[in-house]
Design a protein around this ligand. Structure first.
Ligand SMILES: [Zn+2]
Length: 269
């Protein structure tokens, strides 16, 4: 059986500091072979790169999250550009818009998003997109940006929670859809229907650790070792054996992040 890929886990946040080894041990035991750690600001981006450069099977994404958009500046952009020179950096993110928690004025969020999309284009890297209650503003920007960058795979809409129509529009423009713990929530009927309707070659698995733990672990801190619960739910929904879900979603991650098939660079060696 192949290995799972957790395409979104925030192991560079303080919540995990000093605990990386046992967390990775449990991830390995659960069959997770690769992880992507997205930064949410300059400091957590830098830390993500440090962790990724240190350990096989771990990759970093660098960027400024909409909650932190007030910290974005020309000098932060230069530092992100510099960090992205590391071979362990596979994307720009987590970037996007969040009008739900609304921690930063919308114009600042939009400015940071647009500039980081431009940065991703310059660096020829895909993007990891966060969206909460900002689809009306976000989708026009993403769908206009996507054709300006080369290649068929533009990025991922992480922790997808929007409509089926928006998901299909994003998929047609070269985006993947990130699927995590919320798929297992009893209330997520519409999300399950949306995910069921999307092509299997555009789905990625993620935990979003420490957030959004799958149903049996709700109320606790999420971690990559819980990813098989999401894979099993996806298999059930799509009437596919879990081994196929693992193989397909990890291949999708390879396609997006530019890992070569058969590359031996895994958490499990
Ligand atoms: Zn995240």
């Amino acid at each position: 059986m192949g290995y799972l890929t957790d395409t979104h886990c925030h192991l560079s946040l303080d919540q995990f500091s000093g605990e990386l080894e046992p967390i990775l041990e449990r991830a390995r035991a659960a069959g997770v072979g690769r992880l992507v750690i997205p930064g949410i600001d300059l400091e957590t981006s830098r830390r993500a790169v440090e962790i990724a450069e240190d350990m096989a099977g771990i990759y970093a994404s660098v960027g400024v999250h909409p909650h932190e958009a007030a910290s974005y500046s020309a000098s932060v952009r230069d530092d992100l550009h510099q960090l992205a020179q590391s071979a362990s950096v596979v994307a720009i993110g987590e970037i996007g818009l969040d009008y739900y928690r609304d921690l930063t004025p919308h114009d600042q969020q939009m400015e940071a998003l647009v500039d980081q999309l431009r940065l991703a284009g310059e660096l020829k890297l895909p993007v990891i997109i966060h969206n909460r209650e900002a689809q009306e503003e976000l989708y026009p920007v993403l769908l206009e940006w996507a054709p300006t960058v080369p290649g068929p795979n533009k990025g991922v809409l992480h922790a997808y929670s929007g409509t089926r129509a928006n998901a299909e529009a994003a998929v047609s423009s070269g985006f993947f859809i990130g699927v995590g713990g919320p798929l297992t929530y009893p209330s997520a009927k519409e999300l399950r229907q949306t995910i069921q309707a999307l092509p299997q070659n555009r789905l990625l698995l993620e935990t979003d650790s420490p957030y959004l733990p799958p149903q049996p672990h709700r109320g606790k801190r999420n971690e990559p070792a819980y990813l098989p619960i999401v894979a099993e739910e996806l298999g059930r929904l799509r009437d596919t054996v879990v081994e196929q879900v693992v193989a397909d979603t990890s291949k999708n991650a390879n396609d997006l992040f530019g890992w070569l098939n058969g590359n031996s660079n895994y958490l499990i060696s």
